[in-house]
Design a protein around this ligand. Sequence first.
Ligand code: AMP
Ligand code: MG
Length: 400
Amino acid sequence: MDALSFDKARSVVAEQIPARRLAPERVKLSDAQGRVLAQTAIADRDYPPFKRAARDGFAVRSADIASVPATLQVIGETRAGEPSVHTVGPGQAVEIMTGAPGPEGADCVVMVEYTQRDGDSVIVGQSLPPGRNFVPQGSESPSAAAVLQPGVQLDYPQIALLAAIGAHEVDVLPQPRVAILSTGDEVVEIDRQPKPFQIRNSNAHSLAAQVRRRGGIPEILPIAPDRMEETRELIKQGLNADLLLLSGGVSMGKYDLVEDVFGDLGAELFFTKVLIQPGKPLVFGLAAGKPFFGLPGNPISTMVTFEVFARLALERLAGINGASLPFCEATLAEDFRHNPVLTRFLPASLDGNYRQARISPVKWQGSGDLASIAKANCFLVATPDRESWQAGDRIPVLPL
Ligand code: AMP
Ligand code: MG
């Protein structure tokens, strides 16, 4: 089977996994983080519900402060949490606090910093256009407007909005169950003391964390030894879930059995190699009607191939709308070259400078180096059509 390009392989995953929409379940908003909204969220009233002061100061008529300094008569005060009871006439002002409803007649708020109180009067030292420092009623969203659509994964911004409109319970989609099957005779459970030639099963735990972040429920299966029988039984068990992720056993080694076992099970394979690194051997198929990925076993390859392929499958099963990878760009801190043809995802670190974020690859010993990925905060993406970049050039980035 031909190796697919990165873009082609992603479109194959999207084609094969139709976006799933199951009967929703109702959860408390406090339990909804990471869940996928199954309803349209409707504004229960205007937002803001009243003409809201955005600053502490004095509510005035803009015409009255066209020439400054202007002395106005203070007719009262409105605090946040109080109804507005005043009407501001010509030459008048109401002292007002941030979050308070604006009085009738006033069309702007002069910040307290630009005023000087003098008994019953205030001297205003700044002219403002009408509207300044008031947020008009209904300008964020009018009553009955749809503020969120089904298919959005809920995180703190959406949760804040749902809280604001009083949606203390929400309808969300059921979470896909994702079976995780690590293979390899050298791999042992993390609570066991490995023999000198063994390693602990870190992949099951990185994958479980990645699955949880993308709205799935991970189910870690026992480790499959490099024997057909046992691997086949565990794969069958894994196919009870909505998605099966295997790690290891997809390379060309004598004991890399995953492809053979799926062959025996009559699976349909859509690709077995993708032109990316890390992660060139990568199996995607359907068995017993269930999608599965055979991810390469090297820990960073497992992580990358999950992020760029399995995540897409999971997001579609979870019902997330418009799943796409959040690529961006940064400025290289040093020269960089790679062997083109492959799309490379290399652990890298972006410094915290927001004016011109600079990226440098993290020094690593290859795709088994967990100590290096733990220092990274993104992947540098070396595109297949270019060989070298110089310090100061822009290069694509995939945030971790
Ligand atoms: P494989 O893809 O089976 O040839 O494995 C490639 C490399 O990844 C080998 O060095 C394995 O020991 C390592 N590896 C495989 N599975 C795991 C796992 N579950 N956790 C950590 N490392 C693994
Ligand atoms: Mg192996």
